[in-house]
Design a binder for this molecule. Structure first.
Ligand SMILES: *Cc1c(COP(=O)(O)O)cnc(C)c1O
Length: 352
């Protein structure tokens, strides 16, 4: 088989999705499967849907179109607030969009009216992580104005934590969101059905022993694909950690010194390398590099060390596990490695 490729075990993904659906379901929380890290891969999306996930979220409209065109049957949510210039496409292709800006909602309203549709929106609230979100003191004013816009229906509130500044979802900020929901409902005489509390970082909060308040949805990507919660990257018991792995091929393997020869300056990426003299070592080169994957997110699944990488090469110290030309090396991935390899044109996906 040509390398490099991602080996995607659909039955393991299905199992992860099914278990998470049951676990969160026992807490009254539905899951939106987030497909942005897998480029909206329709085979993967279909595996999540067959596991009982009925709602899929993606940050890219292109990915949503890709899944829809492939016939994936789900409600599709755009989880990044739309660009003004994308409003027409959003109304055309997306069932629900997350929003924080009135000018964008106004544009969505205009296209919804033109297309004779009602476009559902969730308003994202800033709860401290300082990425996207409407300030809590502004939420009533924004709801008031959005309610006047034709073709727009506000179906809920959401928040996103632990992404930009690592702010933890806790009882305190989740209860704040529940209380905010109720005050918005009272102030405007509306019912908010979807209260989306966060992402894979909400795991500990979800399974702590207290009320989940009004929160009835989380958006999960990493927990499904990599089997971990994301505050401390703890393995979620019962989930597969190896549903996706990356395979590269050895193209050179030679015993060489561990110290370079000659004067040294910067490497190809402007870093100044540091070296340790370990004597002679077996240096094996994998035909994988920064164009294929975020190399710092790879962990070899055999006993070798990654010495470094450039655009097209990863150099391994294979002294403990001798490798020869043509051998394939399997790596496990973190989120950055998953995202980058799934979106690299050089890396194919193979499904098992
Ligand atoms: C990426 C993203 C998610 C999913 O995050 P994971 O850590 O993969 O679970 C959820 N919500 C928003 C708004 C996102 O951008």
């Amino acid at each position: 088989m040509n390398t490099p490729y991602l080996e995607i075990d659909l039955s393991k993904l299905h199992s992860n999705a099914k278990q998470l659906t049951a676990m969160f379901g026992s807490r009254g929380i539905d899951i939106t499967g987030v497909t942005k890290s897998v480029l909206g891969d329709p085979e993967i999306a279909a595996a999540l849907v067959s596991a009982g996930i009925t709602s899929l979220g993606d940050s890219r409209i292109e990915n949503i179109i890709r899944m829809k065109e492939a016939g994936v049957q789900a409600a599709f949510t755009l989880i990044r607030t739309p660009a003004l210039s994308a409003a027409c496409d959003v109304v055309t292709y997306v069932d629900v969009s997350f929003n924080t800006e009135l000018s964008v909602i106004a544009e969505l309203s205009e296209f919804a009216v033109r297309q004779k549709k009602v476009h559902d929106i969730v308003l994202m609230v800033e709860m401290g992580d300082l990425r996207e979100g409407i300030l809590r003191e502004d939420i009533n004013k924004i709801i008031g104005e959005a309610l006047l816009m034709k073709g727009i229906r506000i179906i809920g509130l959401g928040t996103n934590l632990a992404c930009f500044n690592g702010v933890k979802p806790t009882r305190r900020n989740m209860d704040d969101l529940s209380r905010l929901t109720e005050s918005c409902e009272r102030n405007h005489g509306i019912k908010l059905h979807l209260i989306s509390g966060g992402n894979s970082a909400n795991f500990d909060w979800a399974f702590a022993d207290d009320s989940k308040g009004r929160i009835n949805n989380v958006r999960l990507g990493e927990a499904i694909f990599l089997g971990r919660e994301t505050l401390s990257r703890r393995h979620i018991k019962g989930l597969h950690l190896d549903a996706v792995s990356l395979i590269g091929e050895i193209i050179e393997s030679k015993v060489k010194p561990s110290l370079p020869e000659g004067e040294t300056g910067q490497d190809a990426f402007g870093n100044t390398p540091v070296f340790e003299d370990k004597g002679e070592m077996l240096r094996s080169i994998v035909a994988l590099g920064k164009q294929d994957v975020c190399v710092s997110g790879l962990t070899p699944m055999i006993d070798v060390d990654i010495l470094g990488s450039s655009s097209d090469h990863i150099v391994l110290d294979a002294t403990r596990t001798p490798l020869k030309v043509g051998d394939q090396v399997r790596f496990s991935l973190d989120y950055a490695a998953l995202l980058s390899s799934m979106t690299s044109p050089f890396v194919r996906s193979v499904y098992i």
